[in-house]
Design a protein around this ligand. Sequence first.
Ligand SMILES: [Zn+2]
Ligand SMILES: [Zn+2]
Ligand SMILES: [Zn+2]
Ligand SMILES: [Zn+2]
Length: 555
Amino acid sequence: MDDPYHIDVMYNWFKYSVSKAPPHVINKKEKRKWKIEYIEPYGRCTIATQDIKEGEVLFVDHPVVTGPKQTSDVICLACYRRLNSWDDYQCSKCGWPLCGPDCEDKGYHPLECNAFAASGYRPRLQDFDEAQYMYEAMLPLRCYSLSKVEPEKWQTLIAMESHNDLRRGTELWDREQTNVVDYLLQRVKLSVDEELIHTITGILDVNCHEVRSNIPGTRDPYLVRGIYPLCAMMSHFCVNNTHHTLMDDMTMVVIASTPIKKGEQMTATYTHILSATTERRKHLRYGKFFDCTCARCSDPTEMGTYFGALRCSQPGCGGNILSTDPLAPTNDAPWACDRCRYKVSAVTVERLNKMIYMELRQAGEEDPIKLETIFKKYQYVLHPQHFHLVGIKHSLSQMYGRVAGYLLPDLSEAQLLRKVNCCRDLLQVLDVLDPGITRLRGLTLYELHAPLLLQANRAFQNTTITKSNFLQQLREVEGYLDRTIYSLKHEPLSSFEGEICKIARNSIQELRKWIQKVETLPETHFLPEKQEVVPGHLSEEDLTLETLLKKLEEQ
Ligand SMILES: [Zn+2]
Ligand SMILES: [Zn+2]
Ligand SMILES: [Zn+2]
Ligand SMILES: [Zn+2]
């Protein structure tokens, strides 16, 4: 068949994924809204064939295979439950740790179980240089086994990019040679070409998604990795237009996070949205083997957010220090002030960011005061929307109200206000860098609603608020809860976000009842409407010319 870019293979995977998906997730009769095209330098891309609305389901993606991460605790290879020890129960056929006999034939375990059983090799802890790497060969072995037992899955997998040419000779390649290739060839005695195993590990390095396993009946999800061919096909952009959600059966559901116009690419982000250009580009270069040149990476201001900018310290300048060439291949272009051209080397900027990073790590996520201290220390060195300051605000937005000693009812007015402002500032950055439907937006809106509701209710109890103002504030909170639900409604109930969505649904019902009640309350429960518009008490000294003239006119 004439399919050099394996486009038909991917269409087949789409059909297969739809057939495997639970009916409530995707309308199986609905036509596909996108097509696959091969475009340099992206490779296979997914392109909208019609205008797509925010929130519309684009596709479901069934995993080709899942398995442990490169470094892992001792887990059950069938259900991914974390195990207490290496030898509580070992599979009667292959000797690997499992929960018990029930798991021997479950999940993807039979793929490696049969290979180990056939080889006669029994795993021993001392065979691994480091215990944390003992599962590194497991997912590659599962992939290889697919070639024998599930040719269609294998065809889909092997059609993916491995970047062997770019990986060869790197530290990563050497580690995989020891932990995967040598292990499988010498211990498990697979008779297979070394290069093919490297191709598999490459496909895994380039394309794997880290996913949360979901173990029914427990609250102990464990991070594993999986191959999702349709997700992996979407091009990377540092501001993207899709959102993916992992269902309990490990199916991925991908929706449009913002509207997508006909002819536009559907895009995803393979790196951390809330890091600055240099960090993102390095991560993509070393982890995914390409140099990102997207609109955000090309713009020294990162779309006007100044996410990596420093404040110029030259007297009276007030400019921002930005990279003079954010796309420089080795990320070493000098940085310069956008007003006075004062220069700082890229190495200095990197050192500063690293130093702050270390301080933040040391401060931890338990004590907001430690973070406030770091914030104060750097607030005049970094742009107010610098990623470290936004990161601190993100942490504070969650710590105030959630950590011991700072639960919501314990917070002072100033701390409540700080929580509110941290949420608002974070949302402002997210509107640009991570627009539309996202988990972080949903969670932040939820964090924002709580202190506002508390403040409004406190003012009502103390009769320091007018009825119209109180109702206005309650409706604002209702709006935030509504947006929380909108942003998180795609998340499975078993996840943290799904749980927050459920709580928000209950809260909004309660709030709507409260608003109805407040509407019927007599004015005597509130501050009189007129009184509030007077800006405090004016003393004799506060008299302005305006008020003086008015007084004279009244006489
Ligand atoms: Zn198990
Ligand atoms: Zn087994
Ligand atoms: Zn980029
Ligand atoms: Zn300057």
